[in-house]
Design a protein around this ligand. Structure first.
Ligand code: NAD
Length: 483
């Protein structure tokens, strides 16, 4: 179903994010028939380009990052025909009149994507208002990082609130746009089966892992000032934690969902120092030039920034009191894998005797790769061998069940941009959520800074420092293998 007619202005329309994600994503929505033929995408950036040059740039970006779902040359030409470009200076006057003439006075949804450094958010918001583009109907999309602590996030919220209402601000966290995240909500709240068991009485613990195989790459300078806690935990892992732990909202509606997420963040326990393990990756042996260690990669031989973090927290409310939540994320790990795992408790008594062993139900929600949800259930091993038990996965993802030709695979960015045009904020972070997340994160960071904590080294391609394994082992548990 096509969305309403829109003009989408992409500030930073020539940047890495626009070329890799936003523009190829929009092309795929065009191919799927969701983008109206008269809709316009207006790139606005510092580069001195004209519309023709921009269309060529986007053509190349789609060829490089468009994926398998691109839909042929004829469509590509039509899509490119819907692009415009304005050279603009976010901090000056250049380009703003031209942009105003393009978008003001049209009867369309107006969306402005701030795909630029956060230091420019305020300048752009101010100029949108000055040039008459910040009316009550306009929407703005802002990228991470949203602040680097509570004070900066508050200040950014305050700046944006000067020009826009909260219901116009779409703070993007692409993890929320993933199919499986929404499937998680369908599984939790669309079935009678899970909700009665979804609490500390039946759940032993929950793990959330976001493992990457890449290092800091070209982002070394930025990353070294940030680290895994700010770059990943405060936003992505926190959002996943909220969705897995929140109470059922009354409706699947923006504020109903976000109110429940906020309550989870506010109920998070402070994390004790012995429940945190920070790490820094080592160089790949015999291949140091290609895969250097963290400190070499960020060109800071004394860096104490973490490229890995594992921590244990609890949620102080009736549903979850006493249930450990283990979070872990890192770079240069054994595999690229994002997974939430709900490990249920043992059955109270095994009628099959000790030989059958203890078996636990494990619900695994996999965000990447191979998005999907599986539930491990225990059954009898087929055959004449007596009562032997084995665990088998019950697959709850669409790949096996639905006809793949009839499933429209939508990347997180595409889905979220279409939600902006539809005016649906459910999968976007509200200002108070972001601030609450920083309010929990700040004391943890201040704690290790005060202790002069030095991250533990870990091997390239590993599961992180051995202390992270110990974090669970000393409580009689173990991490799911990163694979
Ligand atoms: P980039 O450096 O590749 O691109 C920056 C863009 O901003 C360019 O188009 C540039 O022309 C424009 N720009 C810079 N100064 C300007 C000015 N004064 N006036 C007008 N335009 C100006 O950055 P990026 O990687 O595309 O990231 C953009 C934003 O998205 C950042 O906030 C980043 O943190 C965030 N982000 C990026 C990624 C990613 O994968 N690249 C992922 C998540 C979030």
């Amino acid at each position: 179903i096509p969305v309403d007619l829109f003009d989408l202005v992409i500030f930073g329309g020539t940047g890495d994010l626009a070329r890799r994600k936003i523009l190829p994503g929009l092309f795929r929505r065009f191919c799927a028939g969701q983008m109206p033929a008269e809709a316009r995408i207006i790139g606005a950036a510092r580069s001195e380009l004209d519309t023709k040059g921009y269309r060529e740039m986007v053509r190349e970006a789609i060829a490089e990052f468009g994926g398998e779902q691109a839909c042929g040359d004829e469509h590509l030409e039509k899509f490119l025909g819907q692009l415009e470009y304005v050279t603009i200076d976010a901090r000056g006057d250049q380009g703003w009149k031209e942009l105003q003439q393009l978008v003001v006075g049209t009867d369309r949804v107006e969306a402005y994507y701030f795909s630029v450094a956060p230091s420019l958010f305020g300048d752009i918001a101010e100029r949108l208002q000055k040039w008459g583009m910040a009316d009550d109907e306009a929407r703005i999309v802002v990228e991470k990082p949203f602040g680097r602590d509570l004070a900066t996030a508050r200040s950014l919220n305050k700046t944006l609130a000067t020009y826009f209402n909260e219901d116009q601000i779409y703070r993007i966290d692409h993890y929320l746009g993933k199919e499986t995240v929404q499937n998680l909500m369908a599984v939790r709240f669309g079935n009678m089966l899970f909700e009665p068991l979804w609490n500390s009485q039946y759940v032993d613990h929950i793990q959330i892992t976001v493992a990457e195989t890449v290092g800091v790459g070209g982002r070394g300078e930025y990353y070294d000032k940030s680290g895994a806690m700010r770059d990943m935990v405060q936003n992505h892992l926190m959002q996943l934690l909220c969705l897995i732990a929140m109470e059922p909202p009354a409706q699947f509606a923006p504020d109903a969902v976000r109110d429940e997420k906020l309550k989870v963040i506010r109920a998070l326990e402070a994390v004790a120092p012995y429940h945190i393990v920070r790490g820094q990756y080592q160089a790949e042996p015999c291949n140091e030039s290609e895969n250097p260690g963290y400190r070499t990669a960020v060109e800071n031989p004394r860096s104490r920034t973490e490229s890995f973090i594992a921590l244990r927290t609890e949620i102080s409310n009736w549903r979850w009191a006493g249930t450990p939540f283990y979070l872990r994320t890192g770079k240069r790990m054994a595999a690229r894998s994002s997974e939430i795992t709900v490990v249920f408790k043992d059955t109270p008594h095994s009628i099959f005797g000790d030989e059958a062993g203890r078996h636990r139900n494990v619900l695994s929600i996999r965000l990447q790769p191979n998005e999907g949800i599986t539930l491990g259930v225990t059954i009898k091993e087929p055959g004449p061998g007596g009562m032997r038990l084995i665990d088998v996965p019950l697959d709850m993802s669409f790949a096996e069940t639905l006809d793949p030709d009839h499933v429209d695979h939508v990347d997180a960015y595409e889905r979220l941009i279409m939600d902006v045009i539809r005016g649906n904020q459910t999968l976007f972070m509200r200002g108070d959520e972001v601030e609450a997340a920083w309010a929990w994160t700040d004391p943890i960071i201040e704690g290790w800074e005060a202790r002069n904590d030095v991250p533990k080294p870990y091997d390239h391609g590993s599961e992180g420092p051995t202390d992270a394994t110990e974090l669970l082992r000393r409580e009689g548990r173990e991490w799911r293998k990163v694979k």
